[in-house]
Design a binder for this molecule. Structure first.
Ligand SMILES: [Zn+2]
Ligand SMILES: [Zn+2]
Length: 126
């Protein structure tokens, strides 16, 4: 049994998840899709390659909205909780790999938040 490195949940707690690996990076995306999805000037994500997420969703709340009109021509699958409306993650392909951009605000305190804090402070001061 491996100890999860990160745990997270949506606003209502109906969807929770654990990540068993380090993210490959954290990104702020300012594209129109992400701004609308986040309801703000940008969306901040931690990116994981491959299938490293274990999802608990007893009430089958995870719902998808698929964007097909993308710059790459490949679909972006946006996942959200249908009970609380919380945006969760986006699935997308680069090369022959599947990536998952997880909203950093869902992840409990730890490494990601520590790395994020300077970016948020910088954004707030800018
Ligand atoms: Zn929820
Ligand atoms: Zn974007």
């Amino acid at each position: 049994m491996t100890t999860p490195l990160y745990i997270g949940a949506c606003l209502c707690g109906g969807v929770s998840f654990t990540m068993m690996a380090e993210p490959s990076g954290i990104n702020n995306c300012f594209c129109t899709d992400c701004r609308k999805n986040a309801g703000g000037p940008m969306q901040t994500n931690a990116e994981w390659a491959g299938d490293v997420m274990q999802i608990t969703d007893a009430d089958k709340l995870v719902t998808t909205y698929i964007i097909t009109d993308t710059a790459s021509g490949r679909p972006k699958i946006k996942c959200f909780c249908k009970r609380c409306g919380c945006t969760l993650w986006t699935l997308y392909e680069k090369g022959d790999m599947v990536f998952r951009n997880v909203r950093v605000g869902l992840i409990e305190d730890g490494y990601v938040h520590a790395r994020l804090s300077s970016a948020v402070l910088h954004f707030g001061a800018g």
